[in-house]
Design a protein around this ligand. Structure first.
Ligand code: SF4
Length: 251
């Protein structure tokens, strides 16, 4: 299938996300309630392990160092509920970086991103563009599982985003593929519906580098809407992302 794309020329002005380390104590308190049952208020820790310092995050010079610095994080209410911290995995110098929303049940159990049914489909999607999963890097906006697989709140995403941004600085991918609406909104600052913007190049600046972003559907959505049109759309998005990454590598 011939795809002729000029991604960067056609890309709109980049949505420049502010470079922030995880916001310490940026945690929304529950709204007052009239319920008689007492509601536990999350109190962020003040020690450097429960709430890693911005210096520890910025000073990490490898993904391993970064993981060690942040894996005890309790900087938002998702931390205390996790079974396993899901840092991300893959080639530390991958050209293609996939960013999803957050860990689900299987990921929380295994401490690895995209290992359930959606992960199996993501592997197939990656295979369809001629790559193996371990030739890419896969991460999420939040590193701890939101209860009942709900979408992370913007406060939770903001608390975690500095970690993802440091990961991106260390990996230096040629292209980022956002999976679903949440990473596009939280990382790139684009809040339009994913159905409308998928396949359209966006940009994000991380560590002073402008990185092309290809938004596509989340594999879980593809599983729910398993039509030829949806699968073809994802394939086209990933193919365009790989073509751009190949071009960037050869440049
Ligand atoms: S989701 Fe991110 S910010 Fe919240 S506790 Fe987990 S690692 Fe920390």
């Amino acid at each position: 299938m011939g795809l002729v794309r000029e991604p960067l020329q056609a890309a709109p002005a980049p949505a420049v996300a502010t470079e922030t380390a995880p916001a310490r104590h940026a945690v929304a308190r529950p709204a007052p309630t009239t319920a008689s049952r007492p509601i536990a208020v999350y109190a962020p820790p003040t020690d450097a392990i429960g709430c890693p310092t911005t210096e520890a995050v910025a000073g990490a010079t490898s993904l391993q160092e970064l993981q060690l610095a942040i894996q005890g994080c309790l900087a938002c209410p998702l931390g205390p509920g996790r079974l396993k911290f899901v840092f991300g995995e893959g080639d530390p110098s991958a050209r293609l970086l996939f960013v999803g929303e957050g860990p689900g049940r299987d990921e929380d159990l295994q401490g690895r991103p995209f290992v359930g049914k959606a992960g199996e489909l993501l592997d197939k999607m990656i295979g369809a563009i001629g790559l193996r999963r371990d030739q890419t890097y896969i991460a999420n906006v939040v590193k701890c599982r939101p209860p009942d697989n709900r979408t992370p709140t913007s406060e939770e995403a903001a608390a975690c985003l500095g970690y993802l941004r440091r990961q991106i600085e260390l990996i230096r991918p040629a292209v980022i593929v956002t999976l679903g609406a949440t990473p596009l909104r939280e990382l790139v600052g684009v809040s339009e519906g994913i159905t409308r913007v998928r396949g359209q190049w966006k940009r994000v600046v991380v560590g002073g580098r402008e990185i092309p972003v290809m938004p596509t559907f989340h594999p879980a959505y593809v599983l729910r809407q398993y039509t030829q049109d949806v699968r073809r759309a994802v394939w086209e998005d990933l193919k365009a992302a790989k073509e751009w990454a190949d071009k960037a590598e050869g440049a």
